[in-house]
Ligand binder design. Structure first.
Ligand code: UGA
Length: 444
């Protein structure tokens, strides 16, 4: 068993550390934020991620949380798990990565610096050079990107589709691979640049699938097809597969938006215009806004209309609000003059949600008197949304299902007007006569 040091007690660092500890390794997690370390020492986990609290608790004896960089000096592996947020230009901000390199203490033997943070292609080369300049030529370097999805991270770590390891030295690659020996994992060994690109390309491809199916959904709407059936039929082709073909109101989160921009800028910086990726990003931006058109279709101008946003997190089973489509949607609704009430079962800190949105504690509070309810995140709690008490509470029985969570037939049978994304509308999808439409604004 190895001694593993981890720089960064964020989501990636903690999941990685907890899982390595569960595999039997001794793990030292170092962060620069004192409150974070204090909370972790007290057994608190600063975010919502299934199974992580249990893993940290179960492996307490093998986990050390520290502020002191010298505590990782005797580790054989030094994992970099700091964030690489986008800069104003869209490039990845590597300042925290470089701080780690600058802060490395005196190291004996042949420890290996392992990059888990998502970085542009070419970063490993630069860090190798930086290590050499600092007199740390004896420190190995490897790129070992993470492919963990929020809400599923522990399962993804323990049952990986692959472990990618790019190294300058075969012995370093073998040593990193040995850390995962307890897992049934296929290892892809390659050069450092390729490992860095595998991470960016995998995310870009997943986003491409999402924007592709969202555009198919939009075409389904104007041609009378149902994207859920289309995705099923397409995904059964073994060359295509069923994953990431769920149409909706677009992707968000801490990774896809930032990584797509970083890859686009990486290509631009090298003189290449990555047209397909640019389109993927643009389609996603437009997709978040399409709900406004659907609401207007049923309600007319949205000024003064009450809209319930159900779900705020960028996806279920996480409390992460970073780049969540709910933020764009709420901003657009407020700009149209709508009154916005929102509910989420887990999100405690609504982050960048615009001021003016009232966040309430229950679905019933959110839909009370609402002209429309919009499913923004496909939380399991919303599966029974189309029930009598919800219908009775609403001013208009209108559900816009931004994640195609519900069965349209069952929802309509409960007396709701239903509209999903890329799903066929039916003749009865009109609000009752009692609904008062405001006059359309005059065009000059
Ligand atoms: C993503 C990747 O799935 C991970 O493999 C990767 O390691 C991670 O980014 C990262 O780079 O760290 P994550 O952002 O946690 O993971 O979430 P996903 O499950 O991939 O979902 C991303 C977004 O796509 C969500 O907003 C989700 O609602 C949306 N999505 C996903 C769709 O709209 N349709 C789909 O079919 C699938």
């Amino acid at each position: 068993m190895a001694r593993v040091g981890i720089f960064g007690a964020g989501w990636v660092g903690l999941v990685t550390g907890a899982c390595f500890a569960d595999l039997g390794h001794e793990v030292v997690i170092r962060d620069v934020v004192p409150e974070k370390i204090e909370r972790l020492r007290a057994g608190e986990v600063p975010f919502h991620e299934p199974d992580v609290p249990e893993l940290l608790e179960r492996n307490r004896d093998r986990l050390i949380f520290t502020l002191d960089v010298d505590d990782i000096a005797d580790c054989e592996f030094l994992f970099v798990c700091v964030d690489t947020p986008p800069t104003y230009s869209g490039d990845a901000d590597l300042s925290r990565v470089w701080t780690v390199v600058d802060e490395l203490p005196e190291l004996d033997g042949r420890p290996i610096l392992v990059m888990k943070s998502t970085v542009p292609v070419g970063t490993g080369d630069k860090i190798r050079h930086g290590l050499d300049l600092r007199g740390l030529s004896h420190v190995g370097y490897a790129s070992n990107p993470e492919f963990l999805a929020e809400g599923n991270a522990v399962r993804d770590f323990m049952h990986p589709d692959r472990v990618v390891i790019g190294a300058f030295d075969d012995a370093d690659a073998d040593a990193v691979a040995a850390l995962y020996a307890g897992l049934d994992a296929r290892v892809v060994s390659c050069d450092v640049n390729s490992a860095e690109m595998i991470k960016l390309a995998a995310n870009a491809f997943l986003m491409t699938r999402i924007s592709f199916i969202n555009e198919i959904a939009n075409v389904c709407e104007v041609t009378g097809a149902d994207v859920v059936k289309v995705a099923e039929g397409v995904g059964l082709d073994h060359r295509l597969g069923p994953h990431f073909l769920r149409a909706g109101i677009g992707y968000g989160g801490s990774c896809f938006p930032k990584d797509s921009l970083a890859l686009k800028q990486l290509a631009s910086n090298s003189g290449y215009h990555f047209q397909l990726l640019s389109a993927v990003i643009e389609v996603n931006e437009l997709q978040k806004r399409r709900v406004i058109g659907k609401l207007t279709k049923h309600l007319g101008p949205l000024r003064g209309k009450k809209v319930a946003l159900l779900g705020l997190a960028f996806k279920p089973n996480t409390d992460d609000m970073r780049e969540a489509p709910s933020i764009v949607l709420a901003s657009r609704l407020l700009a149209e003059g709508a009154v916005v009430r929102a509910w989420d079962p887990v999100v405690a800190d609504p982050g960048n949600l615009p001021r003016g949105v009232e966040v309430v504690d229950s679905v019933l509070d959110a839909v009370d008197g609402a002209d429309a309810a919009v499913i923004v995140t496909e939380w399991a709690d919303l599966r029974d949304l189309a029930r009598e008490e919800v219908r009775d509470a609403m001013a208009n029985p209108l559900i816009i299902d931004g994640r195609n969570l519900l069965d349209p037939v069952a929802v309509r049978a409960e007396g709701f007007v239903y509209e999903g994304i890329g799903r066929r509308t039916v003749a009865t999808d009109v609000l009752p006569e009692t609904h008062e439409r405001e006059p359309e604004p005059e065009l000059h």
